[in-house]
Design a binder for this molecule. Structure first.
Ligand code: GLC
Length: 470
């Protein structure tokens, strides 16, 4: 092992197992472990959300009374220290009332309205938006790096929440020599969420209006000039990565670029797609404490049946031999639930299949699947919520795992399902294309429409019916 390990600091809004909404948290929870195994020195910054279990994660106060300039006032915060479970990877938790609530994301206003954030009670007295919270977080990360003398070689920023970090680093390096050599990499987990703010975010962050051309480059929408934090990250980091090779190429086009293709093309030489992985220790049917009966490759055929039966039982679906489809996902338009909705009734009526859904997201999507579950109580079970135990039971108990996404930067569900011997059915896009090969380790369809999905699900059902082949 080299004497001087390369020192990497990550910053993100989610980190499994402490706090997680989607795949972002899974990746920030497992990537540091994988990199540490390669001999790199890793640490991670995360907001200290009210929902993080202080005792369980042994969070101890490391440094109090740090402060940063926010809305031209000194705003205090503290840093707590914890560790990724069963590792010596440090987690620095930024503690401030902006994060004391239970929610990771609070949404709030899409844009700032100039002037109304600096009341006498402080920045958090008005309705808080995620933009403010994460800009605060980003600035606090950089200040903590200075005060704690962490001296990283590289800062790895994840998604728009941390996209201003390279800019703060630039600003700090004007006054602090040891910030000059810090490199930054910005990873795009999903272009669908960009963090769009009014220009007054610059005043909030106490950044000069002419600080960097990247920030000030024109970006307009119906409300006039706005700042797109995702764009700032793309333009200001030394390197930009995304979570699969195919997605890194797709996003150069208008169809997948979400309005940022111009900037991504400009960074093409410094843009790379690196496929995500999963934590194969956590996602391990031989050790999984959440599933009815553990199994391995040697007994997958006999034991998977037991897990399927258990899943049907807890879902109050008839026990039987019909094909069982699982879907664990954020319930948002990206995930292809609209085309699934258009085909599922016909397939149920003809083939008596079963479908178990788990996730939360957009209200209208949740409601339409709840209604359908009421209409087909023998076939569909819709679980609205976030439930690690049930998710594992679905991965282990289903015959097929559905991911008909319109786009998918990487996707982890298809990899987890394969780890459990459950066959993925996916659309050929992003990381799904890179990981699932048609009729080799799953079923793949190309066009995003109901006909293609129906045809592929039908193929899967026919395949299932030929028991020996299945
Ligand atoms: C986002 C993407 C998903 C990706 C995950 C982790 O949730 O939508 O495709 O797997 O981030 O990178």
């Amino acid at each position: 092992m080299p004497k001087n390990k390369i020192k990497i600091i990550m910053a993100a809004a989610e980190l499994a197992p402490l706090v997680k909404v989607g795949g972002l948290g899974d990746v920030t929870g497992s990537l540091p472990r994988a990199l540490a195994k390669l001999g790199l020195d890793l640490a991670i910054f995360l907001p200290f959300y009210g929902s993080i279990d202080r005792k369980k994660y042994k969070a101890k106060l490391l440094k109090d009374f740090l402060s940063i300039d926010i809305s031209s006032k000194q705003e205090k915060f503290a840093v707590y220290l914890s560790h990724l479970p069963e590792s010596n990877i440090k987690i620095f938790l930024i503690s401030h009332p902006l994060f004391s609530g239970k929610d990771i994301y609070v949404a709030g206003s899409r844009y700032f309205k100039k002037g109304n954030y600096s009341s006498s009670k402080g920045v958090y007295s008005r309705e808080i938006s995620d933009i403010e919270r994460f800009v605060f977080f980003s600035k606090a990360v950089v200040e903590s790096i200075r005060v704690l003398k962490l001296r990283p070689d590289l800062i790895h920023c994840h998604d728009w929440h941390t996209a201003l970090i390279p800019t703060f680093i630039d600003e700090y390096s004007l006054e602090h020599a040891d910030f000059k050599n810090i490199k930054t990499i910005y990873t795009i987990h999903n272009l669908a969420n960009q963090g769009i703010a009014g220009l007054d975010i610059l005043d909030y962050a106490s950044l000069s209006h002419d600080l960097t051309p990247a920030i000030m480059e024109d970006y307009y929408d119906v409300d006039g000039q706005v700042m797109d934090l995702m764009k700032v990250g793309i333009l200001s980091a030394d390197y930009v990565s995304t979570v699969s090779p195919t997605y890194s190429r797709e996003i150069l086009s208008k169809e997948y670029g979400a309005g940022l293709e111009k900037y991504l093309n400009r960074r093409k030489k410094h843009l790379v797609g690196i496929l995500n992985g999963i934590d194969t220790d956590f996602f391990n049917p031989q050790k999984d404490k959440y599933i009815k009966k553990k199994y391995s490759l040697a007994n997958v055929f006999s034991v998977k049946k037991i897990n399927k039966e258990n899943l049907q039982r807890i879902s109050r679906l008839p026990l039987g031999n019909q094909p069982l489809f699982g879907l664990v996902s954020r319930l948002v338009p990206q995930k292809g639930l609209d085309i699934l909705l258009l085909v599922i009734e016909k397939l149920i009526e003809k083939y008596d299949l079963q479908l178990i859904i788990l996730g939360t997201g957009k209200k209208d999507i949740e409601v339409s699947w709840q209604n359908l579950a009421k209409k087909y109580p023998r076939n569909i079970k819709t679980n609205i919520g976030f439930d690690v135990a049930l998710a594992q039971k679905i991965y282990a108990g289903a015959d097929f795992f559905l991911m008909p996404s319109a786009f998918e930067p990487c996707g982890l569900g298809q990899m987890i399902s394969m780890r459990y011997g459950t066959i993925p059915i996916v659309r050929q896009t992003g990381g799904l294309k890179d990981t699932v090969k048609n009729k080799k380790n799953g079923f793949v369809f190309k066009n995003y429409d109901k006909e293609s999905l129906a045809k592929t699900m039908l193929e899967a059902i026919k395949f299932y019916q030929q028991k020996s082949q299945f």
